[in-house]
Design a protein around this ligand. Structure first.
Ligand code: G4P
Length: 527
């Protein structure tokens, strides 16, 4: 096998997603500890912005610092190169998470055993489902009392519309938590609440009916475990790797991240089954990772980490071929050649210069303002990667320049922040007013703060009563023309010039959908 193919097959690129507080940071840290990427607990900072610190701008900047350094956390495990892509915890940054999900090949979803499926779990899993991304669930905090295991599996299946396949099963929980039975490897893993991972007692147990089970966990738990495992085997499908890779079934593991319990089982199974870099669709054709020619797309941009230098880092996912330092690549949107003398790899807060990267890897490219989210680089072929969506925003405000002397700075700042994907901007056709649309309240404050700190510009907001902005299209040019004419006041363009309908209320949206059947209303737009 060529070296290129070997490197490609060693890559496993995934994201850990969760509702805030379910244990994403803790789990990430434990995985990095296994891989030797960090030596001590506490090295991975939580990139949470708590509600209470919404107005604390230093906090926002601090978080941006953490976010950039933890964007990709890589480590080697069992001779595989594992890349964890970090996702912001705060729900107002959900769109950033959605975009990161376009750059991964699989996901681990953390669920808090006491809280079950929460709102962010639902939203993020839905995005994975849309993209048929294989998912593994990790039910966390078994050292606390929580929902019954069967109820939890039901809830996951119903709320998330997935089929599950438990590969480990808890023996009690909270005070009575004794460990898990690893059904994937047929092993009993006993929990020592005061021990370290190395103290985990692992007993190979092919046959649960063996009388030794009582010796290890006691009579009543042994009886319950036998009954429950028998029930699991009748109710849930046997594990089928192909079905997992298609996104049809989702393995479930149980454990306690903070106690480092059940994490190794998860990781060992993950490296066995998780997909190697997957093929990716472009508007032109499907790109296979084994193709020799390099291609990749930008899914995230961090700008102005140091306001004294206008530095931006564009994060590029390599989709095919080998990326090399100092080689010329074609930037498709600008139709220009670029080469990168100092591409970096961010590895658990360490930044290293990189000579080459393979499909599945994420490269940090220093940028002076040439990149937007969704941009493609290739060795020459015209390709546009699909599936980097903008979501129809739900919160809106008019934005205006508040300092007439700083008009230029204001326009530039706003444009760059939009390129970075902080929020979306629509320009209403009838009066030319700019409207900012976001998925969360926090972005308005981030924009105001960053315009000021980085561009020396001031903006003011004004409320605008809108329910939704959605992209419109039609196969019938006449019908579209008529619609644009009839609804003149509600038509805007996004930053790329696409047509957008601004619906004042849910009722208005419903009525126009009924009255104009030839018009399609889209709630996501692929940028
Ligand atoms: P997040 O990134 O998903 O938001 O969650 P994070 O890992 O920060 O965990 C949220 C809280 O849950 C933390 O407590 C963490 O210690 C705790 N936690 C994580 N895994 C487990 C577990 O298996 N069992 C129990 N009982 N708790 C767990 P915190 O009090 O918010 O922060 P900290 O001061 O302990 O770090």
């Amino acid at each position: 096998m060529s070296n290129f193919k070997k490197e490609l097959q060693r890559r496993r690129t995934f994201a850990i997603i969760a509702h805030p507080d379910a244990g994403k940071t803790t789990l990430t840290e434990k995985l990095l500890l296994f891989g030797g990427a960090i030596q001590t607990a506490g090295a991975v900072k939580s990139n949470k912005i708590k509600k209470s610190t919404v107005s604390d701008f230093m906090e926002i900047e601090r978080q941006r610092g953490i976010s950039v350094s933890t964007s990709v956390m890589g480590f080697e495990y069992r001779n595989l190169q594992i890349n964890i892509l970090d996702t912001p915890g705060h729900e107002d940054f959900a769109e950033d998470t959605y975009r990161t999900l376009t750059a991964v090949d699989s996901a681990i979803v953390v669920v808090d055993v006491a809280k079950g499926v929460e709102i962010q779990t639902e939203k993020l899993t839905k995005v994975c489902r849309m993209r048929e991304t294989p998912i593994i669930f990790f039910v966390n905090k078994l050292d606390r009392e929580g929902l019954d295991g069967f109820d939890l599996l039901d809830e996951i299946e119903q709320k998330l519309d997935v089929k599950v396949c438990p590969l480990s099963w808890p023996i009690g929980m909270g005070q009575r938590f004794k460990g898990v039975y690893n059904m994937y490897e047929r092993k009993l893993v006993l929990f020592n609440p005061h021990g370290k991972q190395e103290d985990e007692e692992i007993i190979v147990f092919e046959d649960l009916s063996h009388p030794d089970l009582e010796k290890h966990i006691g009579e009543s738990p042994a009886r319950t475990l036998r009954e429950e495992v028998e029930m699991l085997e009748t109710v849930y499908p046997a594990f089928d790797k192909a079905a997992y890779l298609r996104g049809d079934i989702c393995p479930v593991f149980f454990g306690s991240a903070v106690n480092n319990f059940g994490v190794k089982e998860l990781l060992d199974c993950f490296v066995d089954i998780a997909p190697t870099p997957r093929a990716r669709e472009t508007e032109e054709r499907v790109v296979q990772p084994v193709e020799e020619k390099f291609s990749g797309f930008v899914f995230k941009i961090f700008a102005n980490m140091d306001p004294r230098h206008r530095d931006r880092i564009a994060f590029l996912r390599v989709c095919s071929g080998r990326f090399e330092r100092n080689k010329n690549y074609r930037h498709i949107r600008l139709d220009r050649e670029f080469k990168f003398p100092s591409p970096t790899m961010f590895m658990a807060s360490k930044k290293t210069l990189l000579e080459e990267a393979y499909p599945g890897d994420v490269v940090g490219l220093y940028d002076t303002g040439n990149f937007k989210i969704g941009d493609t680089l290739t060795e020459g072929e015209t390709l546009h990667f699909k599936g980097i969506p903008s979501f129809s925003p739900e919160q809106f405000r008019y934005v205006d320049n508040a300092d007439p002397l700083k008009q230029k700075q204001f326009a530039k700042g706003l444009e760059q922040l939009m390129d970075e994907g902080v929020a979306q901007m629509f320009t209403r056709q009838s009066d030319g007013r700019r409207i900012i649309g976001t998925v969360g309240q926090l972005q308005f404050e981030v924009i105001q703060h960053r315009l000021n700190a980085e561009y020396n510009a001031t903006c003011s907001y004004e409320p605008v009563s809108l329910h939704k902005a959605c992209w419109i299209s039609s196969d019938d040019p006449k019908a579209l023309e008529e619609f644009l004419d009839r609804r003149k006041r509600d038509i805007a363009r996004d930053k790329d010039g696409n047509l957008v309908f601004l619906a004042e209320t849910a009722w208005v949206l419903q009525t126009v959908q009924e009255n104009f059947p030839k018009i399609q209303f889209h709630f996501t737009s692929e940028v």
